[in-house]
Every structure is written in C-alpha cells, then in structure tokens.
Design a protein around this ligand. Structure first.
Ligand code: MN
Length: 130
C-alpha cells in the first residue's frame, strides 16, 4: 500500500509551457501502469494549455468553480462533485472560472499528456454563456 498524506503534500507551480495563469499541482501516487492521481489548484481564469491524455483522464471537482471543454464541443462549468471523463486522445483544457478559483482531482491514465498550444482568451470563452 502506498499512501500520500495530505500533510506531506508538496505543491509545484505550473509552468508557462503547460499553463496560463497561476496553477499549483500536487502529485501523489502512481500505479505500475502509469495511472496517477494529482490535485490541481487554479486561480480564477488560470487554465491548462490544450492537451490530451494517452489513457484518458477523470476530473473531479473539489472546490470552487471552473471550466472544462474539449476542442469543438460545448463547455462544461465544473462544480464540486462533478465527475468528468475525457477520452484518450481528446484535445481539451480545464481551469478556473473567470470569477472563481477551482480545485480538482485528476486521475490520469497511461502516462504523461501531450501538450499543445495555449488556450487563448477567445477559446477560453467559447462554448460558455457570457
Ligand atoms: Mn486534462
């Protein structure tokens, strides 16, 4: 059994190659197949760049309010208790709401994501009510 205690949590600032705005990540434990669980804190308006996960990704909203959207799809306002499954290979982003921070849990399958371009302000707004 492998336990990552909250009190021992180490947070890393999300870098500008992968994120826009202030983002803090806590990595925890990984399974032998590369599946891992992380906790991500986004400031309002902060978000990932476009990216995709080789084994897909579960997101679970813990606190605050945020945004998640796959390329070409309608956006979803991510709220505490929401569970989202992003399929393998699906380009998407996630982050805080314009007016609220977000904390989400992420379960990532199949190793590290592939990173693409940053999410512009226009793309961040597309698919969400103004
Ligand atoms: Mn993702």
């Amino acid at each position: 059994m492998d336990i990552a205690r909250g009190i021992d949590g180490v947070f890393e600032r999300g870098d500008s190659e992968r994120f826009t705005g202030e983002v803090w990540l806590r990595s925890t434990v990984a399974a032998p197949d590369g599946t891992n669980l992380g906790v991500v804190h986004f400031a309002p308006g902060a978000r990932t760049h476009w990216h995709r996960h080789p084994g897909g990704q579960f997101l679970y909203g813990i606190a605050g309010r945020g945004r998640v959207r796959s390329r070409g799809d309608a956006g979803h306002v991510l709220e505490p208790g929401d569970v989202v499954w992003v399929a393998p290979g699906e380009w998407h982003f996630h982050g805080g709401a314009p007016d609220a921070p977000l904390v989400h849990l992420a379960v990532n399958g199949g190793g590290p994501p592939e990173w693409g371009e940053l999410v512009t302000d226009e793309e961040y707004g597309e698919g969400f009510p103004a």
